[in-house]
Design a protein around this ligand. Sequence first.
Ligand SMILES: Nc1ncnc2c1ncn2[C@@H]1O[C@H](COP(=O)(O)OP(=O)(O)O)[C@@H](O)[C@H]1O
Ligand SMILES: O=c1ccn([C@@H]2O[C@H](COP(=O)(O)O)[C@@H](O)[C@H]2O)c(=O)[nH]1
Length: 229
Amino acid sequence: MATTETATTAFESITLGIAGGTGAGKTTLARAVYKQLGGEKNCVYLTHDHYYRDLSHKPMEERSKTNFDHPDSLETELLVQHLQELKQGKIAVLPTYDFATHSRTPVTTMVHPKKIIIVEGILIFTHPELVKELDIKVFVDADSDTRVVRRIRRDTVERGRTLDSIMLQYETYVKPMHAEWVAPSKAKADVIVNSENGQSTNIALAMLSNHLLVAGGILPSTSNENQDR
Ligand SMILES: Nc1ncnc2c1ncn2[C@@H]1O[C@H](COP(=O)(O)OP(=O)(O)O)[C@@H](O)[C@H]1O
Ligand SMILES: O=c1ccn([C@@H]2O[C@H](COP(=O)(O)O)[C@@H](O)[C@H]2O)c(=O)[nH]1
């Protein structure tokens, strides 16, 4: 059947949201899906982490005592705006965030619309307007002991934190906010991935990649269901 294209036709893209607690393996899964789907050729990768509010106007001591695990610490409305721009076929100018200084950096990234948009973050399923924009919602799950050990390793190496500061932040904010916001948001997920288990992650990666390649129009469907009879 012939289709009529107009100047207002929305750019066709499919959005994958990956949520889960800190250290669950969201970034690892999101990067693997991105790579499997052809990287920047076919995908845009948006991390909620880049939308933390800029705290550069506050003294450093005050900044580090902020509750970064509450939804209000993020400028989610800007992420929603960027997703909508990309879905409309527009370029989006993304912020970047420095975890060491708890501030936005002057660096921005200009991204072009692509067929697949991957959005990742601990709190992405807690914001109703953002949830509405996500076509496939995946929650990466791991036991809290596993997650805290992973976080200690990562934050000491990559985010310049001391063990004491990680433990204090975990007890004060990360753990209670996980219980209040992140864990209940699992109910929004279409798929739950057990990241304790390497096989579960590999199967999820293969299934998500295959589904997105077809749904994003990168590979034709092999199913007969939609063929003309
Ligand atoms: N399935 C997994 N098995 C073992 N280690 C993992 C797995 N997924 C992630 N990790 C490790 O745990 C750490 C945190 O993973 P990351 O993907 O950054 O978590 P998140 O983005 O959810 O905070 C990283 O060092 C990563 O290599
Ligand atoms: O300035 C900041 C901003 C955030 N955090 C912590 O980051 C994690 C979320 O990132 P993951 O990669 O999902 O772990 C969140 O738990 C915040 O506590 C920070 O420490 N400093």
